[in-house]
Write a protein that binds this ligand. Sequence first.
Ligand SMILES: Cc1cc2nc3c(=O)[nH]c(=O)nc-3n(C[C@H](O)[C@H](O)[C@H](O)COP(=O)(O)OP(=O)(O)OC[C@H]3O[C@@H](n4cnc5c(N)ncnc54)[C@H](O)[C@@H]3O)c2cc1C
Length: 316
Amino acid sequence: MQALVSQVYRLGVEVWQDTAVSGLVARDERIVGVQLADGRLIRTRAVVVATGGASVPQTGSTGDAYPWARALGHTIIDPYPTEVPLVSHAPVIQAKRLQGLSLRDVVVTLTDGRAKRLTQEEGDVMFSHFGLTGPAALRVSHYVSTALRKNPAEALTAYIDVLPAISGSDILGHLKMGRQKGRKELKTHVLEWVPERLMEEILRTLALDPHQAMAEVGNPVLEAVVKLIKAFPLPIAGTLPLAKATVTGGGVSVKDIQPSTMGSKRCQGLYFAGEVMDVHAHTGGYNITVAFSTGHLAGQSAAEYSLKLSWAPVPD
Ligand SMILES: Cc1cc2nc3c(=O)[nH]c(=O)nc-3n(C[C@H](O)[C@H](O)[C@H](O)COP(=O)(O)OP(=O)(O)OC[C@H]3O[C@@H](n4cnc5c(N)ncnc54)[C@H](O)[C@@H]3O)c2cc1C
């Protein structure tokens, strides 16, 4: 950030901090100014709107530009939370039995009420007091938001494959071999594959006695245990709200923006950059990259447009 700020000052850019914008001023579908919240009007030929999304509003990004853009004829896709933790009302979550448990390098598969796969994401997850968080859960969240916007009653389930690198038949084979080890308890064998609290939950789900001697456990039971290790189900009720989301989905429709310039198709001299647009990506730098690349293009295009018009006075 310091490198960018230094360059801004080196180039002699005037920076006004703590100065809220309250609107855009346009005449005949052409930008003529920016209205400040303190009542001042800045006359200008070109504006780059880079006000961000509407998530984590304490960062200053509160979705202010949506009504400005709408008033100038742009379509606004309703903002929704994405890259955000998942909420589950499952008893295991409500009872906080898995709260704080982290699982590394799992695969999360999200399905709808007809068992159709909506997405599959790899990464770490962590159980929280409200549901599931961690990178893989955040990646799934866009699909949860989208499915619930289409059908608020959609019955979504996230299946966690705790050991994606090992096949179910391999795990089953090892568990079956474990039966030859005499009186060792079932829980001891399951613990070889999953953390203790998840082992307890799996055995609780199947109403199994953790202390049962392995030699007495039949194949169907072992198969059921493996099924839960490879696809531990968590009903998903939704996501945390937009205010808690890392990224905002929705925003100014890209259909109203010229991709070669980032210029508005509805209003001359108006450009958009970053998360204010209906563009979002996974975390990991991709959203920052969107902001930088569209910001660069919008800035360059706005400057070129402004220079082209520089012979003409800014209209009153
Ligand atoms: C906690 C958190 C973690 C994140 N982690 C990642 C990550 O790991 N990887 C990734 O790719 N992305 C991540 N993101 C998302 C990423 O930060 C954003 O996508 C990116 O910053 C968007 O850049 P932007 O310039 O479009 O908007 P912003 O960075 O939101 O900047 C918008 C600016 O406009 C100002 N503004 C808004 N309204 C007004 C107004 N009316 N008047 C004047 N100024 C105004 C705001 O104060 C703000 O300074 C994260 C976001 C959060 C909140």
